[in-house]
Ligand binder design. Structure first.
Ligand code: BG6
Length: 505
């Protein structure tokens, strides 16, 4: 069948005011503004006519300056070209207020929003995007609340708050943030962003698993030997040492993005495609992952820092010599670990996760390794590689299935070949950026692609069991790897049983 089955039309989103706190910062300029521009100007023009975007930041800027800044952001970072007619329309939506900081100043914001709503005869639909450092989140939510800018979900219009990761730096702080948010907001008003959930290929995981009859039958411990999830990055710590040296790979990538990928791979079929059912099924995966004991941390987790090396033609220094990194830092730039999802479906199947900075290539993938063949017929004398379904999240989005095939000829020679789907070639369409999808869903009020409070806490619970051991041990047990390689040898030697190895994503 070549016909496209449209399960849901992209709907026109309700008109609203989108307030971005931290509007002159990196996230706003690289991701949020370009994403809103694409929603407004590409394809289906999804922003409602009356929707306004109010940038708020400390920096003094006129509206015209803010617009110039936004235009620059779109030209540099959008994957859609800037077209003048679209830009004119989009620019007219942009407003800017500087100095919204003190509790009193939030009343100016309130007045501006009421003015916008009155001018467009709009319902008071408001979205507050906190593109702010994590320590500011609770204070800002309180100020928004105290100024009367948000109200309970059943009130007139809607008021929603979007928060970025990281939610906390450990389990206790994550619980405190969730508790603080719940003081002012109902869970249905909180949109916790994990931008991996907006990636086209991540969203496709559900379709691949539950839109095809062949996979679900074999998606379990009877047929799957192990699963490898890799998120490898080329860049070193760059200019982000101030944040990264207090975070590290486990907090920065595993607690959120990688655990979200894991839940999509391991979840049971949800009862429906509704947000509650999908999030419930994902949550059950996290509930089935037990925190590690200190002995398990020693046997199942490898951490490392990069040393000097060549990355993409450039020389990177030792992590410990990067600007802003403490010379005796115990922060890992690489982590690999093995965990189990202790439920009926996955009993005994190891999930291997690895992520790091300054690795050989930028690549995120999930590789499902099926069980090897029995040693009869073709595998009688030579072991044959097992089938692997490799889901490429980025770049070169798509997936491949390795199968054994006969090489043409009169003799009997066999070898693995790849059945490969490349998104770009198959669909020949621009892949929307993750933030486009996520902002669109905030406006329509669908929480499927967002992380709820229990998910955050469950994944922290696991991560905390590792952090506790590392805190006690300082730098003891920290491995190293030259920048530009696939990480330390320990990641394979220690974690992988015989005959199993990391595959290059
Ligand atoms: C962020 C991390 O959440 O994700 C960064 O803080 C990381 O350290 C980034 O580089 C990776 O995102 P992507 O979309 O480039 O894979």
């Amino acid at each position: 069948m070549d016909e496209v089955v449209r399960l849901a039309e992209a709907e026109q989103v309700p008109p609203c005011s989108i307030v971005i706190f931290g509007a002159s910062g990196d996230l706003a300029m690289r991701k949020l503004i370009p994403a809103l521009y694409s929603l407004d100007c590409c394809g289906e023009r999804l922003l409602a006519e009356e929707t306004m975007i109010v940038g708020c930041a400390r920096r003094q800027m006129t509206i015209e300056e803010f617009r110039r800044h936004a235009r620059d952001g779109i030209e540099r970072f959008s994957n859609a070209p800037l077209r003048e007619a679209c830009w004119e329309r989009f620019a007219a939506r942009l407003d800017y207020l500087s100095g919204i900081e003190s509790p009193e100043s939030f009343h100016h914001l309130k007045a501006r929003l009421e003015q916008i709503e009155a001018a467009g005869a709009l319902p008071p639909n408001r979205i507050f995007y906190l593109a702010l450092p994590p320590e500011a989140i609770l204070e800002w939510v309180k100020r928004i609340h105290d100024a009367g800018l948000i109200w309970p979900p059943q009130g007139r219009g809607f008021s929603r708050v979007v928060v970025e990761k990281p939610i906390g730096v450990d389990l206790a702080s994550a619980m405190a943030i969730n508790q603080g948010l719940h003081q002012y907001l109902d869970e249905s008003q909180i949109f916790r962003i994990d931008h991996y959930l907006g990636k086209e290929t991540v969203r496709n995981l559900l379709v691949l698993r539950f839109g095809n009859s062949i996979f679900e039958q074999i998606w379990n411990a009877h047929h799957i030997d192990h699963v490898q999830i890799t998120v490898s990055e080329l860049e070193g710590v760059g200019t982000r040492a101030g944040y990264y040296d207090h975070a590290g790979a486990l907090r920065d990538m595993v607690q959120n993005h990688m655990f979200q990928l894991l839940t999509l791979i391991a979840m049971e079929p949800p009862v429906s495609l509704g947000a509650e059912d999908i999030r419930g099924a994902k949550l059950n995966v996290l509930r089935a992952i037990k925190p590690l004991t200190p002995e398990e941390v020693h046997g199942q987790v490898v951490r490392a820092q990069y040393t000097a090396g060549h990355v993409d033609g450039r020389v990177l220094p030792d992590y410990l010599k990067e600007q802003g990194v403490a010379p005796d830092s115990a922060t890992e730039t690489f982590v690999a670990l093995k965990l189990f999802v202790n439920n009926w479906r996955w009993s005994g199947v190891p999930f291997y996760l690895r992520t790091g900075k300054a690795l050989a290539r930028r690549a995120s993938s999930v590789a499902i390794h099926f069980k090897p063949l029995p040693a009869i017929l073709f595998a009688e004398r030579h072991s044959l590689p097992a089938n692997v379904l490799n889901l490429r999240i980025q770049p070169d989005e798509g997936f491949s299935l390795s199968v054994i095939a006969k090489q043409p000829g009169l003799d009997l020679s066999i070898r693995p070949v790849q059945m490969n789907l490349q998104y770009e070639r198959e669909f020949q369409a621009r892949l929307p950026e993750a933030y486009e999808m996520l902002l669109y869903e905030v406006m329509t009020g669908d929480q499927t692609l967002f992380v709820d409070s229990e998910m955050v806490e469950r994944s922290w619970r696991f991560v905390q069991s590792i952090l506790d051991v590392w805190r006690r041990e300082g730098r003891n047990g920290m491995a190293t790897y030259p920048a530009g390689t696939w990480g330390p040898e320990e990641a394979e030697e220690k974690l992988m049983p015989n005959q199993c190895a990391w595959i290059e994503p």
